[in-house]
Design a protein around this ligand. Structure first.
Ligand code: MG
Length: 378
């Protein structure tokens, strides 16, 4: 029986993780869950799973005074106070996922990571921790779950390159000029996947694929020149590994996040039965294209930032988080997301003195810069 701590229990990945946990009560038990402002949804989880440990935004803490309740800004404390061995599912959104990931690895708890921003901003501090720890970092991301399965039993030095696929997001059929006038409602209509709002926007700008390249770099210890992304409209093939001897393994399956969630929860040793409908004869064609650097200019910019390493990934992520939030609130246009990220990369120097403090400090500075300049309409 695995005890599961679920950070971000009321989001899209959180809800699907709960579905999986509920499907295998003899295998997985929820012991703690956290949310931000979704009090009612968290209450329902608390009662259904009879959990004693929760976290919620500071202003709602009183609603859980019959439980061991933490502030959502203090998740590392929640993890530090845990008495028994657990696995931590990190389904938080944004750089806020970094500290609890570090706390869990320090405790020797496996982290099942859906929060890709953890590695985008903190890969350089996470990896040394991981080397010292007995714990594993296991991806909950369809592409990385696919790569992990293709890489099972192989040596990283035998990998020629890995390829992850991108659907192209909600505006893939629009040219760059047409993006001027798109609405939030249109942006949230992803062609293939049902996901949370932030990642759906990141998918439309292709920032999500930049994050996933960074994620692959750290997770599989591969240099950037061995990681590619291609446009694949059908979202059937999620990842592929080219080996040096000419063999290419591809992973295919339905666009259902419960599959990578289950794979992460079950680990390497077993495969639990899961009903999934995948009929290859219904798939008429599979297409693969290079990602157009002019149409998806943010992808090109993001990859250049990633390849330089250093703290600019923190700047890029913080600018993106605030810009996407402003877009979702209807305060800026879709194209302003890229403008804001470019502005911040010019305004803040890249740095190579990477520590948790340096990351958190820069993250706060960039957020403050964007909020002041773009929210006040300066
Ligand atoms: Mg993905």
């Amino acid at each position: 029986m695995k005890s599961v701590v679920l950070l971000g229990a009321t989001g899209s990945i959180g809800e699907q993780t709960l579905e999986i946990i509920e499907q295998y009560p003899e295998r997985f038990k929820l012991v703690a869950a956290t949310a931000n402002h979704s009090v009612k949804a968290l209450e329902a989880i608390v009662h259904k799973h009879d959990i004693k440990i929760v976290a919620i935004a500071e202003s709602h803490v009183a609603a859980f005074d019959d439980r061991q309740c933490y502030s959502a800004t203090n998740l590392d404390q929640l993890i530090n106070d845990l008495e028994d061995d657990v696995v931590v599912v990190n389904a938080l959104v944004g750089a806020v996922g970094l500290k609890p990931t570090m706390a869990a690895l320090k405790r020797g708890f496996d982290v099942l990571l859906a929060n890709k921003e953890t590695l985008v901003v903190g890969g350089a501090v996470i990896m040394p921790l991981l080397k010292e720890s007995s714990a594993k970092l296991i991806p909950i991301d369809s592409e990385h779950s696919a790569l992990a399965q293709c890489l099972r039993g192989s040596r990283v030095e035998d990998v020629d390159k890995v390829v992850i696929t991108a659907s192209g997001g909600s505006f893939r059929d629009l040219d760059k000029a047409a993006l001027e006038n798109v609405t939030v409602k249109d942006a949230l209509k992803h062609p293939n996947w049902s996901m949370g709002a932030k990642i759906t926007i990141d998918s439309a700008t292709m920032m999500n694929k930049v994050f996933e390249v960074i994620e692959a770099h750290y997770l599989f210890d591969l240099p950037y020149h061995k990681i590619e992304a291609v446009l694949h409209r059908e979202s059937i093939v999620h990842g592929m590994v080219h080996f040096v001897d000419g063999n290419v393994l591809m992973h295919a399956g339905p666009a259902d996040m419960r599959i990578p969630i289950l794979s992460a929860l079950e680990g390497d040793l077993i495969r639990l039965p899961y009903r999934s409908v995948f009929d290859i004869t219904k798939i008429k064609s599979l297409s693969f294209e290079t990602i157009d650097p002019i149409r998806y200019s943010l992808f090109d910019l993001g990859i250049a930032v990633a390849r330089k390493e250093g703290l600019h990934t923190v700047t890029m992520n913080a600018a993106n988080e605030v810009a996407v939030a402003l877009f979702l609130e209807g305060k800026i246009a879709f194209n302003a997301i890229e403008e804001i990220i470019t502005d911040c990369l010019l305004a803040f120097d890249n740095g190579y003195e990477i520590s948790l403090d340096a990351i958190l400090q820069l993250d706060a500075q960039v957020r403050a810069y964007v909020e002041k300049k773009y929210m006040d309409g300066e």
